[in-house]
Design a binder for this molecule. Sequence first.
Ligand code: NAP
Length: 312
Amino acid sequence: MALRNVIVIGSGPAGCTAAIYAARAGLEPLLVAGLLQGGQLTQSSGVENWPGAHHFPSGFELMESLLEHVRKFDVEILQDSVSTLTREDGVFSLHMAGGEVLTARSVIAATGSSARYLGIPGEDRFRGSGISACATCDGFFFRKKRVVVIGGGNTAVTDALYLAGLGAKTSLVHRRNEFRCEKILTDKLMSAADEGRISLHLSKVPLEFVGGESLEGVRIRDTVTGEESVLATDGVFEAVGHVPNTGYLEGLLELDRGYIPLAGDPEHATATAVPGLFAAGDVANARYQQAVVAAGSGCMAALDAEHYLSML
Ligand code: NAP
């Protein structure tokens, strides 16, 4: 297969924006979309902070429109994922899960992150049949049922509000008594709790999932009193953070707690320690995990790749 100028890996806001800029620069990029085209934002019930999108589209709608924008510039999109990325004599080889090997002079890694699971007893047994990490995908099945959301960040609170909105009897379990989400979300959560639409279980650590044929509850421990109890439920939505998708980079560069470290070059902010490899979005940013930041860094990565290629 032909040697490409640039291959963008990932089709979330960072990857799509990088592809748009690279295409407009005449670099004829290839976009490796991964198996979940549009990335994790497609699983968000509603996006209220994408500038200009004041009709608050669903994450799916927003990413569909971004991907349509990418297609407008005739970007080739490949529905596959990269298993291993190597570099030899200035050329990257992308070993695809489907068996193909692609080559490129430069690569933009925009592979984002995936939902993290707690790893407590009972989880493996009920994962996919009672335990989920995607409220927009699976919430519908729990409309009139009891659900427990675990976590205290933006995802957990958004999920709890979404599930309560669907008519699920919703409880939120959080290990502290303070939330780490945006204030507007805390305010909405508190209103929902005051109105009895969400029941809050604060300073409670989840210990295990219990049940017989199906999930029946979550055993929790109060961090103040040490008391244990079982919170009965039909479904659990875990929202306990994300892990960066960087397995394919093993052996190519040293990661920082799983994230891609940026080289710290003030002129080319998305450059990594590997010449020609640029990183954008959540995969390189543990701090500002926001769609609009990801899109901005995707633009920067395309500009950096363009400059790198012009110097070869
Ligand atoms: P997050 O902000 O990392 O929150 C994870 C939550 O899970 C925290 O409340 C954490 O508790 C809890 N947690 C972690 N490990 C746990 C454990 N072992 N047991 C019990 N609880 C545990 O993750 P997120 O909500 O998925 O958000 C990820 C990033 O995406 C953030 O930067 C967030 O701002 C961003 N995001 C933004 C939006 C938006 O609309 N702006 C929407 C979704 C996500 P502690 O608080 O005690 O650490």
